[in-house]
Design a protein around this ligand. Structure first.
Ligand SMILES: [Zn+2]
Ligand SMILES: [Zn+2]
Ligand SMILES: [Zn+2]
Length: 637
């Protein structure tokens, strides 16, 4: 520091512009301490030099306060304390405490597809092949499945759905007793007192249902069904729904609804230009004043987001338009009613109502679409996110169109087993009460600035509970929506709308990019980064997959039958098909070579290297067949 002061004193000052003869070592010091400067004609120029000079105690290059003898640097003085003694102004540490964080999961906004993707909750057993194709199953008139049974009150025929479309009549449910063979409507068998079942193993005329659906809809395409139903009564959906979903390229979830999943992001204020909606349209939705109470005239004005309004991704908009046209066609062609949505583009969907739902819950919350951004997230008021979840942990939730939920959701598609009723809109909140949402949202601060007291308390490092900051809880009683902000932003979804983790394809590219950044940043030890990645990610993944490999089941290529052990005849006992591993070898080794290369490149510890070598040996001993190894004659000579 003394050297740098001496050097600066050789410079000259013009207003606040400091010019000093260049010196490589000193220039590096300026770089390391983050002093903005430039190099011109062999001279270093600091345009705004007053803060620098004041901190060094040589304001206006006046060296009077600077004296070779005092203050002195001794062992107990750190550089910050030393500068404090030199400075003509009071200095504070730039940062009191550092909080580190790492990336959780990358952002996402995608339609939900079951594995494999399904258009219709309609059972076709193995008749659809591996593709679960309803079209293939419809070649047959007798398909063997477990399904619900009903007796039509009109034609007295046994059918699989609770409504006979031939007679337009209600039906009686047929239940079966596994003990004595009783069939009838009772839940408990009148003969032996056992619980009856809501379904039977029977033959279904898929061909008839399929032809009926095609004639009703008037079009056809490839439709994917399910092998079997998972609910207690195994009531299938009408095939018309599946055909219409396939025609609109939308997919069904196990509860009958169509879902769109996206990452939750809280939002309290927005500008019309950020959400791609014009001022007039927003006025119709009730946004006539900006957050300061002025009439809205300009698309750059800041508006306060209404607590049940949401801003979704553009892609969600186009998917929801397809869902809306599915609903409209279902209403007109299947239910014989009028179309409801009549939309052809996402703009026309603005103002329509969706249901937001978090996984592991069964209570949806209504929301209204008020705009679109390029970001792959759902922007919504923190209250709305908190209302959906048991806690607002910045996770991923789904939305569905309200009419889809009302028309197509049914409890009878859901399994009886524990947890089967989760992630389903069993109840829907229409008007959200901010007092009733998770109280994590009540702890959000609401002011537009922090006063000096706050910073002074921060300096004393007092317990947060001893600091008075206005939070939502304080205003819940009177005006819970008056939430303000401390810093404005240029664009809520920019400038990066897609993280590199999502755009980079392979794990190798992701790792290379992460380490390239680590190498560039002085505060980061890239060896540590490589070690953490291997230790907490790759090693765990590899061990996990190794265990899965050794405990895996076997699957028939033809009929998908699952075996815990390979049958003695070595092929499928049901159809004679070839059996395959369900966990591939590549799954175990995919990160192993990359880990070894990283360990080599960054000179990681011998301990880690030998762990990797041992693991590789384990994997090899498990996956290579020693009996089949080719050995050349020369090996014995
Ligand atoms: Zn009938
Ligand atoms: Zn019985
Ligand atoms: Zn088989």
């Amino acid at each position: 520091i003394k050297k740098i002061i001496k050097w600066i004193l050789t410079g000259s000052l013009q207003d606040s512009r400091l010019t000093i003869p260049s010196d490589t070592a000193m220039k590096r010091l300026l770089e390391l301490s983050g002093v903005p400067h430039k190099l011109t004609d062999g001279k270093i120029i600091v345009e705004e030099s007053t803060p620098l000079l004041a901190q060094l105690g040589i304001e206006k290059l006046d060296a009077r306060k600077y004296d070779e003898t005092s203050p002195t640097v001794d062992d107990t003085t750190d550089s910050f304390e030393f500068i404090c003694r030199m400075s003509t102004v009071r200095l504070r540490n730039k940062c009191g405490e550092y909080i580190g964080c790492r990336m959780g999961r990358p952002e996402k906004a995608r339609e939900r597809k079951m594995q494999p993707a399904v258009h219709a909750l309609y059972p076709i057993g193995n008749a659809g092949g591996r593709e679960r194709s309803v079209n293939a199953a419809a070649e047959k008139t007798r398909v063997d499945v477990e399904v619900s049974q009903f007796i039509c009150q009109g034609c007295r025929r046994k059918i699989i759905r609770p409504y006979c479309s031939d007679c337009n009549m209600e039906t009686h449910e047929l239940r079966v007793c596994g003990g004595c063979g009783y069939t009838g409507g009772e839940k408990t068998c009148p003969n032996c007192g056992k619980d009856t079942r809501g379904y039977q193993r029977t033959y279904v005329d898929v061909r008839k249902d399929w032809m009926g659906a095609i004639s009703k809809i008037g079009k056809t395409t490839n439709v994917k069904g399910v092998i079997g139903m998972i609910s207690e009564t195994k009531i299938p959906e009408p095939l018309e729904k599946g055909l219409l979903r396939a025609l609109n390229e939308v997919y069904v979830f196990k509860d009958g609804t169509i879902r769109f999943d996206a990452t939750d992001v809280p939002l309290t204020q927005f500008k019309p230009c950020e959400v791609g909606v014009d001022v007039e349209k927003l006025k119709q939705l009730g946004y006539d004043k900006d957050y300061l109470g002025k009439p809205v005239t300009d698309e750059h004005q800041i508006l306060q987001l209404k607590p049940q309004d949401i801003v979704v991704s553009e892609y969600a908009g186009t998917y929801m338009v397809r869902v809306a046209s599915f609903i409209d066609q279902l209403l007109t062609k299947y239910y014989g009613m009028e179309a409801f949505y009549n939309v052809t583009n996402p703009q026309e969907l603005i103002g329509h109502v969706v249901v937001g739902l978090a996984p592991h819950t069964s209570a949806g919350v209504m929301g209204r679409i008020v705009g679109y951004t390029k970001a792959n997230v759902i922007f919504a008021h923190p209250f709305w996110h908190a209302a959906k979840r048991r806690n607002a942990d910045g996770d991923e939730d789904s939305i569905m169109l309200l009419l889809d939920t009302l028309l197509n959701f049914s409890l009878s598609y859901l399994p009886e087993k524990r947890g089967g009723k989760m992630d389903a809109p069993l109840v829907i909140t229409t008007l959200m009460n901010p007092r009733e949402v998770d109280d994590e949202a009540h702890k959000m601060e609401v002011g537009c600035s922090f006063d000096t007291k706050f910073y002074e308390k921060a300096l004393q490092k007092v317990n947060p509970s001893e600091v008075e900051v206005k939070i939502v809880r304080d205003i819940l009683g009177e005006h819970p929506y008056d939430v303000y902000f401390t810093h404005d932003t240029g664009d809520i979804s920019g400038p990066v709308t897609e993280s590199r983790y999502v755009t980079l394809d392979t794990m190798k590219e992701k790792i290379d990019a992460q380490l390239a950044v680590a190498e560039k940043i002085r505060a980061i030890d890239e060896r540590e980064v490589a070690k953490i990645v291997i230790d907490s990610h790759f090693l765990r993944d590899t061990y996990g997959n190794l265990r899965a490999f050794s405990r895996q089941r076997f699957r028939c290529v033809k009929c998908n039958e699952n075996y815990r052990r390979v049958p003695l005849i070595g092929k499928c006992t049901k159809c004679g098909g070839k059996l395959l591993l369900t966990v591939s070898q590549g799954n175990i080794t995919k990160y192993l070579d990359m880990s070894m290369q990283l360990a080599q490149k960054y000179g990681l510890s011998d301990y880690l290297k030998s762990r990797l070598r041992l693991l590789k040996k384990d994997v090899e001993s498990l996956t290579t067949n020693d009996l089949e190894k080719q050995i050349s004659l020369a090996d014995y000579m």
